[in-house]
Design a protein around this ligand. Structure first.
Ligand SMILES: Cc1cc2nc3c(=O)[nH]c(=O)nc-3n(C[C@H](O)[C@H](O)[C@H](O)COP(=O)(O)OP(=O)(O)OC[C@H]3O[C@@H](n4cnc5c(N)ncnc54)[C@H](O)[C@@H]3O)c2cc1C
Length: 248
């Protein structure tokens, strides 16, 4: 290990809570790949398991000062290699930041990025509410990852994708500043929508450390209708016709 590398690791350990910094190669392996399984995944300098916005700020500030790359990481379910480690980088895992707080009166939730999509759905459901975005990976992907990739699932045709339910967020910028974008009210929209800019930015613009999500009343019980259409053109036409007057 070079002197410079050793110094970055020491400074990380000094500025972060005990146990937050992992440098043991065996333990770091769990944070090197996502579901893209890139055979060229690198070996990071360290993995940091942040517990707060302040932890994230400390990591990003040190990385900016020392020119060290940072890979934000949610649950590692991505299929495009976005959280794959590169040599000498700091993998910044949000998997320990998982608190969820629901305000049923204003129908919104304040969620830390490491909470799974399924956990947010369950927390909303406990208050008689629903969080619509439903990537197929909802049981094992994080809200931070969903926001960073603007995830959407089958329900997006009717209910939209993640960006449609993000009211605001706290994000740590590349120089370590933490900024709040948007806000808890649907009408917190004055000025350019920086919230929208950060949704789908895949960690390239900053690290999301808190998200404010819109919740909605639960779905009505579904009704299934089966139609047999003899041609592809007919089926397409039927879908277009039906969606002109209803949102199935
Ligand atoms: C079986 C399967 C089914 C899937 N189905 C769908 C689907 O239906 N729809 C869909 O959209 N995707 C789907 N995915 C892909 C994946 O689950 C989503 O992209 C998901 O949103 C990633 O979340 P994650 O927490 O695992 O993020 P990760 O994989 O850890 O990271 C994804 C990207 O977001 C960045 N990132 C993560 N957290 C943060 C943060 N807090 N701040 C800033 N950047 C961050 C990472 O750097 C990376 O670029 C599927 C994947 C699998 C394996």
């Amino acid at each position: 290990m070079s002197e410079a590398t050793g110094s970055v690791i020491e400074r990380l350990k000094t500025s972060l809570p005990d146990g937050a910094v992992i440098t043991d190669p065996g333990s770091m392996d769990a944070y090197r790949w996502d579901r893209a399984n890139d055979p060229a995944a690198g070996v990071p300098l360290a993995v940091v398991r942040a517990t707060s916005t302040e932890d994230v700020q400390a990591v990003v500030r040190l990385a900016a000062e020392t020119g060290t790359a940072v890979i934000p990481r949610g649950a590692g379910s991505g299929l495009s290699g976005g959280s794959t480690a590169v040599d000498g980088a700091i993998v910044l895992s949000l998997d320990r930041m998982r608190s969820i707080s629901v305000d049923a009166d204003t129908r919104m939730a304040v969620v830390q990025p490491g909470a799974f999509n399924a956990e947010v759905k369950a927390a909303a459901s406990a208050h008689g509410l629903w969080y619509p975005p439903d990537p197929s990976s909802f049981e094992f992907c994080s809200i931070g990852g969903n926001v960073a990739t603007n995830a959407g699932g089958l329900c997006c045709v009717k209910y939209g994708v993640t960006t449609d339910d993000v009211l605001g967020m706290t994000v740590v910028l590349a120089d370590g500043r933490a900024v709040r974008l948007g806000g808890p009210r649907v009408k917190d929209v004055a000025g350019l929508s920086l919230t929208k800019l950060f949704v789908g930015s895949e960690g390239t613009l900053g690290v999301i450390t808190e998200v404010i999500l819109r919740l909605v009343p639960p779905q009505l019980p579904p009704t299934t209708l089966v139609a047999v259409v003899p041609t592809l053109e007919g089926a397409t036409g039927a879908v277009i016709e039906a969606t002109r007057s209803a949102r199935p």
